[in-house]
Structure formats: structure tokens, C-alpha cells
Design a protein around this ligand. Structure first.
Ligand code: UD1
Length: 384
């Protein structure tokens, strides 16, 4: 029998979130870990990279995430400042709580920052959504992904192509485990609780008849620096969106970066309020409802490419490349970049009922987080 006075329980599984797309990935992981208690004991760290009510708190509530045990409150900054601030503030948390491993998700600056701190302290790092590659090193996320995967100890992948990418980069196959997509776990768990689009518009003081009068609508999100930080590029994209809006009304859910730049660059006049509904960042259930009933989604987000595939809604991705090729090969996604002709042609095809229907990729079945928890439980036991 273990003498309780000398028994040293394993440290917690420290789960890190930082920015909006992390929250829907971590929620199912925390739930799955709780079914492996007391062997696995989760502790939630929020770096505070996203901090607004709209960008953070509302999603915590919608997703049933617990209050973080630790909030590092880093806020916004340049990439260097933000990454450095997360590292400086995360290190004492590791020293205090001595976790048995750190779980990071996705590809945001907080993902890489916490990974670097943990590996240098010999704390095993577990990366969820590993191996995705756009092969575009101008994207900050690509740098975060490549570096995190090089040093992480256990890598969970959402699609098999990610394993091929990791193999090419010399990552030992024993470190890689195909589990499916935790973001889709959240989507399937919340699908029936999604808010009706008309209610979402009403909650924002907007008459929803713009949606019903036309029978269908599209959803737009844009936030990639390459699309929204240059006035000429953003102006051109807004011009294309105006042409799309002439075909069907659009609900444009604006990231703070995008809203700020539209104002700063004096581009607000390009948006016709009769055809385009502008909304601030939405909660998870509002966004899910808006997407689920849309005729199409126009986006540069990574997560929306996957969510639309799971929902069977055609997605036009306004980027030159994707790190999620399965959404194009098997799902509903089409890469259109900033090509006006391609965008309008795809929109017309979708409106004529010729949009991609796609099929659900392997293991995007709502049980990815359970696979992670089971594997982690076994892997940590072997390491002890
Ligand atoms: C970050 C991620 C990106 C992810 C996106 C989702 C990196 C490198 N990028 O980009 O991968 O797709 O989150 O949103 O980590 N801001 C607020 N309130 C907030 C947070 C940000 O107003 O709660 C504004 C600030 O002006 C800030 C800007 O948005 O400067 C950008 O935020 P930041 O976290 O730097 O990057 P994102 O563009 O959100």
C-alpha cells in the first residue's frame, strides 16, 4: 500500500489556451480528461492572448469551459512582445505546479510560446492538431506549427496528410497519433444548441428580414494579416464581396483587427448596409447557427474550413493555400484566393445548386478528444 505521507501524486495535465480558435478545441479535451481522473488531473491556463468579452468570455460560457486556474493576461502586442510575454509569465506557472505534461492546441503564438518554455524545462509537450502545413512561411501560424511540432513529444493529428508532413520533417512516427478532429467534437456536441440566425441578428439590434426576404444568405469572416492589413488588398476584397452581396445578402462577422482596419483605411463606404449585415465577433452558438443555415461561407479562417465541411455547407476560402487539404479533397471547401472571377463563378454555381456537398472525413466523428485522453493516459503511464 502507498504511504500517503510519501506519496507524490503526478502533476496536473496543464492545458493551455490563448486565442479564440483554441477554446473549441480544448473544451472536449478537458471533458475527456475528466473521465480519466484521478490518474489525469487537468489544470487550465489561459494566456490572455484574446481577452475581449466577444473574443474570449462568451466562448468560455458557450462551450462550458471552466474558469481558467491561471490567467496570464498577456493581451495584444507584436509577435515578439506577445510571444515573449507569454513565455515570461508561463515559466513561473510551470515551476509552481510542476505538471506531468503540457497540452497545447492549434497554431497561435501562445501555442509556440508555452511549448518553448515547457520543453526547455523537460516537461513533455503534447500538441493537438499537429502536422498541418500550408507551406507558406509568411504565415505566422506556419512558423508556430513547424517549431511546435519539432519539439513536441506527442503529436495528435486530425487528418492523415499531417502525418506525411511530419514524416517529411523527420518527426519519428512513434510520436504521432491519428485521432481525428477535436474541433468537430465541439461542433457535434453543440449543433442542436446553435442559435437561430434571426435571433442572432435581433440580439444585435438588426431586423432579420434581410435574411428571410432573400431566402438565403452567405457568411463572411476575414482576419488574416495578408488579407486585411494592406489597404489595397482589403479594398479589393471588399469590392469582390460587394459583387457577391449583389447576388445574395451577406452576414459579415468582423474580427476586431478587420473592423479596425476598415475604419482606419477609410473603406467603410464600400459596404452596402442594404446587402451586408455587419456583426461584431459572435459567440460559438451564434456562429454555429449562422454557418449551419448559410448557403455559403466566404472566409480565410482555418477553423471555418473544417466546420463547414462537417456541416456540409460550401466554403470558399479566400487564401492561396490551405493547411487543411482534406477539406478540399473530401469536404466542401474550395480555394479561391483573391481571384474575383473564381469567387463569383463559385458563388453562381453554389446558388444554382452545384456547390460541393462533400463527405465527413475519417474520425471527424465527435470522439477525437476521447481518443486523445485514452492515449495520453497510457502514454503517461508508460513514461512514469
Ligand atoms: C490570432 C492568431 C490566429 C487566429 C486568430 C483568431 C496568432 C499568430 N494568430 O490572430 O492564428 O486565427 O487569433 O482570431 O496567434 N484584439 C482585440 N481583442 C482581443 C484580441 C485581439 O481587440 O481579445 C485585436 C487587437 O487589436 C490585436 C488584434 O486584434 O492587436 C490582433 O490580435 P492577435 O491576438 O495579435 O492576433 P489575431 O489576428 O487575433
Amino acid at each position: 500500500m502507498t504511504d500517503s505521507s510519501t506519496f507524490d501524486p503526478p502533476g496536473p495535465v496543464m492545458c493551455v489556451v490563448g486565442a479564440r480558435p483554441n477554446f473549441m478545441k480544448m473544451a472536449p479535451i478537458l471533458r475527456a480528461l475528466s473521465t480519466h481522473a484521478p490518474r489525469l488531473r487537468a489544470m487550465l491556463v489561459h494566456t490572455g492572448q484574446h481577452y475581449d468579452r466577444d473574443m474570449s468570455d462568451r466562448l468560455f460560457t458557450d462551450l462550458g469551459l471552466p474558469r481558467p486556474d491561471i490567467n496570464l493576461d498577456v493581451g495584444s502586442g507584436t509577435h515578439a512582445v506577445q510571444t515573449a510575454d507569454v513565455m515570461r509569465r508561463f515559466e513561473p506557472a510551470l515551476d509552481t505546479h510542476r505538471p506531468c505534461c503540457v497540452i497545447v492546441v492549434g497554431d497561435v503564438n501562445s501555442t509556440l510560446a508555452c511549448t518553448l518554455v515547457a520543453v526547455k524545462k523537460n516537461v513533455p509537450v503534447v500538441h493537438v492538431e499537429a502536422g498541418l502545413r500550408s507551406y507558406d512561411r509568411k504565415m505566422p501560424e506556419e512558423i508556430n506549427r513547424v517549431l511546435t511540432d519539432q519539439v513536441a513529444d506527442r503529436l495528435y493529428i486530425t487528418e492523415r496528410s499531417a502525418g506525411d508532413n511530419l514524416r517529411r520533417e523527420g518527426v519519428a512516427p512513434e510520436r504521432v497519433c491519428f485521432v481525428g478532429n477535436v474541433m468537430i467534437d465541439s461542433l457535434l456536441a453543440n449543433r442542436e444548441h446553435a442559435h437561430k440566425p434571426a435571433d442572432t441578428l435581433r440580439a444585435n439590434g438588426i431586423d432579420p428580414s434581410i435574411l428571410t426576404a432573400h431566402g438565403r444568405y452567405g457568411v463572411v469572416t476575414l482576419h488574416r494579416p495578408s488579407n486585411v492589413d494592406d489597404p489595397q488588398v482589403l479594398g479589393r476584397l471588399l469590392g469582390v464581396l460587394a459583387e457577391v452581396a449583389a447576388r445574395l445578402p451577406l452576414v459579415f462577422v468582423q474580427h476586431p483587427r478587420t473592423r479596425g482596419n476598415i475604419e482606419r483605411f477609410g473603406l467603410a463606404g464600400q459596404i452596402d448596409p442594404q446587402r451586408v449585415v455587419l456583426l461584431p465577433p459572435q459567440g460559438y452558438l451564434e456562429m454555429l447557427g449562422l454557418m449551419a443555415e448559410a448557403a455559403l461561407v466566404l472566409t480565410d479562417s482555418g477553423g471555418l474550413q473544417e466546420e463547414t465541411t462537417a456541416l456540409g455547407v460550401p466554403c470558399l476560402t479566400m487564401r492561396a493555400n490551405t493547411e487543411r487539404p482534406i477539406t478540399v479533397e473530401e469536404g466542401t471547401n474550395t480555394m479561391v484566393g483573391d481571384d474575383r472571377v473564381a469567387i463569383l463563378q463559385c458563388v453562381d454555381e453554389i446558388l444554382q445548386g452545384q456547390g460541393k456537398r462533400g463527405r465527413t472525413p475519417e474520425y471527424w466523428d465527435g470522439h477525437a478528444a476521447e481518443r486523445i485522453a485514452a492515449d495520453l493516459d497510457r502514454w503517461l503511464a508508460e513514461a512514469r
